[in-house]
Design a protein around this ligand. Structure first.
Ligand code: R5P
Length: 285
């Protein structure tokens, strides 16, 4: 097996190759003067099962993924597995208003042309993957998040909304602590309102879990609501730290004690590794 690391996920791909004890090749990635993507896998042949690790966000990374799919086939890959740690466009998983595209489906249909298997992690809506015609699996980061926080004295695990309630349950059960979800109302792209928690937070060390943080609006409002309810510490762990604009600064400057995410998107707080979980899935085949 050969693991090819795209430019979005080099450290993760390298870590997977170490765990799987297989060859790692880093794809070269540059831009032409006009901004178009150029990529190259500098090796003689890829006559093996090949795993490409690359995000499909932001747009340049999606293009790089398409180019890598073509390159590995041309180099003789026997099979191509796509590991897409963060799957872009998954949130537009249906037509919300007439005239809109079904963006997630469009992405699946195009990626589907060059692969034999797809692995994602905590994709926003799992049903999106059914648009692939090849075998696919969505892995969960809950085990590594629970493991990371199990020695941190957490009393309560909460999700910021009902959509992530299953994640809070999974993490809470693994840590052996109570869990619940908050009630969120989205006011705008950035602002949300969080209703007071139903569970008693007085004196508690709370961990908020979510699939992703984008602007940080959700988590900042949730942390403030929990502080107002008497929580002594509020930490957050998400799978995908998208962190648009100055979200990390806003989060670290808020009432949160700890801000962490997994390394599906590599940044300064992506200290929880999903390499082992993905490596295990790749090994199983
Ligand atoms: C929503 O369904 C998601 O799970 C996240 O809660 C949301 O995308 C976070 O966005 P933001 O950080 O912009 O509030």
């Amino acid at each position: 097996m050969i693991i090819v690391g795209g430019s979005s996920s080099r450290d993760l791909a390298k870590e997977m190759a170490t765990i799987l004890d297989c060859t790692y090749i880093q794809a070269a990635s540059t831009r032409f003067p006009d901004g178009e993507c150029y990529t190259r896998i500098d090796t003689e042949s890829l006559d093996d099962d090949v795993v490409i690790v690359q995000n499909t966000y932001p747009n340049d990374n999606l293009i790089e993924m398409f180019l890598l799919q073509d390159a590995v086939r041309r180099m003789g890959a026997r099979s191509v597995t796509l590991v897409i740690p963060y799957f872009g466009y998954a949130r537009q998983d249906r037509v919300f208003k007439p005239g809109e595209p079904e963006s997630a489906k469009v992405m699946c249909r195009h990626l589907d042309m060059g692969c034999d298997r797809v692995i994602t992690i905590d994709i926003h809506k799992e049903a999106v993957l059914d648009h692939f015609t090849c075998p696919h699996v969505d892995l969960k980061a809950a085990p590594v998040i629970a493991e990371y926080f199990s020695s941190k004295g957490i009393d309560l695990v909460l999700s910021p909304d009902i959509g992530a309630a299953g994640r809070a349950k999974d993490v809470g059960e693994r840590m052996g602590v109570p869990y619940d979800h908050l009630e969120k109302t989205r006011l705008s792209g950035v602002d949300v309102r969080i209703a007071p928690a139903k569970m008693d937070c007085q004196g508690k060390r709370v961990l908020i879990v979510d699939d992703m943080i984008s602007t940080g609006g959700t988590i900042i409002a949730a942390a403030q609501a929990l502080r107002d309810a008497g929580a002594v510490s509020v930490s957050v762990a998400c799978t995908h730290g998208v962190f648009v604009n100055n979200a990390i600064e806003r989060l670290t400057g808020s009432s949160l004690d700890t801000v962490l995410c997994c390394n599906t998107l590599e940044n300064q707080v992506s200290h929880i590794s999903v390499a082992g979980i993905i490596a295990e899935a790749v090994r199983k085949g």
